[in-house]
Structure formats: C-alpha cells, structure tokens
Design a binder for this molecule. Structure first.
Ligand code: ADP
Ligand code: ASP
Ligand code: MG
Length: 407
C-alpha cells in the first residue's frame, strides 16, 4: 500500500465527462489499496474568466477580494469530483484550503504555503476515504482566503505530498510529460524520461508552465518524487529526480521561453556611484521584479550611460510611472519601453562541463537573422531577450542547434 497525491489541471477537469474520467482514474489507485489525496484545479478557462471579472470591476482592486473571487473555481471542481467518486462507490470528501487548513502567509495573490495540517485527512485515510483537495488556495494569518499565484495547484499538490510524506506526487496534465521544449510550439520536441530538480526548476522559472516554479522548489527541498503524466492517455510520463539518477548529462536538456517580459531602457543616465541603487531601489520597494540588466560603458565627456533591464509585463505600466515620476531626480534623458519581447533560455546541468553553449546559441540565432537585445547567464542557463515575433523561429532553430530534435 502506498500513499499518493494525484493532481489534475484545468483541461483534465474541463467538464463533467472529464471529471468522471478523473474519478475512474482515481478509483484505480483506490482499488489497489492506496491512500489517495487528489488535488484539482478549476475547470479550464475558469480562472482567466474570474481574473477578468475582478479587473472589470476595478482596475486597481483589493487583493483580498481578488483571492475570494479567483479561489472560487476550485470549489466547484472539488465538489463535482467528490460527487463523481461517490457515484462510483468510492468514499470521498472535498476540502477547501481553509478547512484543512493550508496555512499561508498573508501575501494575497501570490501567497506561500507555511504549513498544512493533515491530521484529519490521515485519520480518514484509515476509513478508506479519498480526500479531494482544492488546489491554488489557502488561508492567511488573518483567516482570509489566499491564492498561490497562477498555476498554483501544482504547488498545493507537492506541498500536500510533503506534508503527508506521500510516496509520490503525480501531476496529470494535458501533455504526457516534460519535453525538451513546449511541444505545442516545436513539433520535434522530445519527451524526457527524467529531468533533474535543478533543471526543472530553471525550466519552470524561465517560463515552462508545465509545473509552477514554487512546486519544483518544494519538491527539491522535501525530496518529493514528482511525475508529470497525461490525464488522457495511459503511458509513462517524466520523473523529476536527483542528478545522480541521471547518467547521461546532455549539454542542453531543455529550452524555455517566457512572453511575460517587458524591456525598459533609460537613456543617458548620469554615470556615478549610487545611480543603480536609486533606480532599482524604488522598483524593489514597489514589488516590481527586475530580471535581466545591461549597462553600457560611459562614452563621451558627459559621463552618461544607457541602462536596459526587464520587468514582468504586468508590472510595466507601474514601473514606467514610477521611473517617470522620478525623472528629475534620476537625471536620465529619455525612457523607452517595449512589451513586444520574449525571453528564450537554454538550460542544462551539462553546461558546467561543456564549453561553447552560449556561442552555439548566438550563432543559431544569427543564422536566422534574429537580433539579441539582452543576454544573461547562470551556471546552468543562458537567456536572451529577442523580439516576440521570432519566438517560434528561435525555439525551433535552437532545438535543432543543440541536437534535441526527435528522430
Ligand atoms: P494544467 O492546467 O494541467 O496545470 P498547464 O497549462 O499549466 O496545465 O501546463 C501544461 C502546458 O505546459 C502544456 O500544455 C504545454 O503547452 C506547456 N509547456 C511549456 N513548456 C513545456 C515543456 N517543456 N514540456 C511540456 N509542456 C510544456
Ligand atoms: N486555477 C489556477 C490557475 O488557473 C491554478 C492552477 O490551475 O494551477 O492559475
Ligand atoms: Mg498548470
């Protein structure tokens, strides 16, 4: 007998027939005598609709009420799945975040899970009851509903698996595993049997939305055995695991892209100590995350420099306003912003031992006439910022250049 957490994403619970299919899938595990907790997302499209309504009600709205609205999608699917399971003769009970409770910090809209009290759930496992848990939601220190950020049901599932000390956490989704790159964009993308936590973390944080970044962090920290699988087909998926389990280390194992990027250039900023702090300090205070940064060397007698950096696309308007308000103080000549950029990243733990990874990327993009606007690197990743219109072309060219194409 094993204890398992199964998570089903939006497309997997998109309508009642799909929810019934999920119930059948869950029943198979129950019939084998396993203790099962199922985490579900809202039906596909529901959360987008709920977010849109909050924006329509007021552009700048109370984050606590935003969470009340967007958390509601998962309430529908837990109830329906519990009903569908009961219909199959499986004992099941739904759980909202506050009922468990899943305790989070008070950062509404992107709360972090602090603790999950599984006592009652485990007691009911003893009575052969399946727990059907609403993903994406928790309860803050003030007793109010919180949500974990988009894609947060993955994190609910992994956190629950850690708290339950589950044997595994199966993430069922609309693709049959983690691929070398988004299979919806690159037809030759290859499914990976295994990927390291570290590479999966980098893939997720660079935009591969198949797993939420925070869920991979938690899996790595608590050594949760995570598998990504298809909810539509019965076949092996991808196991996220430790590096030493993977013998062959490719130079590059995956390519990710993120359209959630915007570029800001401050033209002719006075080049003197303290300027970067004066620019990035207020942005940090306003919770605007800055990602890539390039600064040119000073030229000419005026001692000025151009400074280019990226922020999340949703933060662009706020960042521009903040910097424009401070123009006098910062002393720059002009501000140029561009939200039609995409960040493409090549990722691989093998980079530590292979030279020439970046060079191959630059050459492949150059051959397609794609201009690189900003570059950043880490030990296991190289990222470039390019014009959004070249996303598909760049992904395909890089996929081929690193020898990742499926045969
Ligand atoms: P769910 O609703 O099940 O949580 P998501 O839409 O959040 O599903 O994540 C699955 C999607 O992630 C896939 O449909 C795919 O388009 C996208 N994706 C991006 N990069 C990858 C990748 N490297 N491997 C697999 N899927 C990827
Ligand atoms: N329903 C939430 C979202 O769409 C959480 C999730 O699906 O993981 O972001
Ligand atoms: Mg998701």
């Amino acid at each position: 007998m094993a204890r398992i957490v199964m998570k089903f994403g939006g497309t997997s619970v998109a309508d009642v027939p799909r929810i019934k299919a999920v119930a059948e899938r869950v029943k198979r595990e129950v019939d084998q005598g396993h203790e099962v907790a199922v985490v579900v997302s809202a039906m596909a499209g529901t959360t987008n609709q709920l977010v849109a309504w909050t924006n329509e009600a007021a552009r700048l709205h109370d984050a606590r009420e935003y969470d009340v609205v967007v958390a509601s999608g998962e309430q529908v699917t837990v109830g329906l799945l519990a009903i569908a399971l009961q219909e199959l003769g499986v004992s099941a009970r739904s759980w909202l975040g506050w009922q468990i409770p899943v305790r989070t910090d008070g950062v509404n809209g992107k709360a972090r899970i602090e603790a999950i009290d599984c006592g009652e759930m485990i007691r009911r496992f003893g009575q052969k009851q399946v727990a059907v848990v609403a993903g994406f939601q928790g309860v803050g220190p003030d007793g109010r509903v919180t949500t974990l950020g988009r894609g947060g049901s993955d994190t609910s599932a992994v956190a629950l698996a850690a708290a339950l000390e589950a044997d595994r956490c199966d993430i069922f989704t609309d693709v049959d595993g983690v691929y070398t790159t988004d299979p919806r964009i690159v037809a030759k993308a290859r499914k990976l049997d295994k990927i390291t936590y570290e590479e999966m973390l980098e893939m997720a944080s660079q935009g591969a939305k198949v797993l939420q970044t925070r869920s991979v962090e938690l899996a790595m920290k608590h050594r949760v055995r995570v598998q990504v699988l298809s909810s539509f087909e019965d076949k092996p998926g991808t196991l996220v695991t430790d590096e030493d389990e993977i013998v062959e280390k490719e130079m590059v194992s995956g390519i990710a892209y993120s359209r959630d990027e915007a570029k800001i250039t401050l033209v002719r900023v006075p080049d003197r100590p303290g300027v970067a702090a004066a620019i990035f300090g207020p942005l940090a205070d306003a919770a605007v995350n800055v990602d890539m940064i390039v600064q040119n060397v000073s030229s000419g007698p005026e001692q000025t420099t151009d400074l280019t950096f990226t922020v999340g696309r949703a933060d662009l308007a706020r960042a521009v306003k903040l910097l424009t308000d401070q123009r006098q103080k910062l002393g720059y000549a002009d501000l140029i912003s561009d939200a039609t950029v995409v960040k493409v990243s090549v990722i691989g733990v093998g980079m530590r031992s292979h030279a020439g990874v970046a060079q191959r990327m630059f050459r492949a993009l150059a051959e397609k006439g794609i201009n690189i606007q900003v570059i950043s690197t880490s030990e296991i990743k190289v990222s470039v910022l390019i014009s959004e219109e070249y996303t598909e072309l760049a992904l395909r060219a890089l996929h081929t250049a690193y020898g990742l194409d499926a045969a």
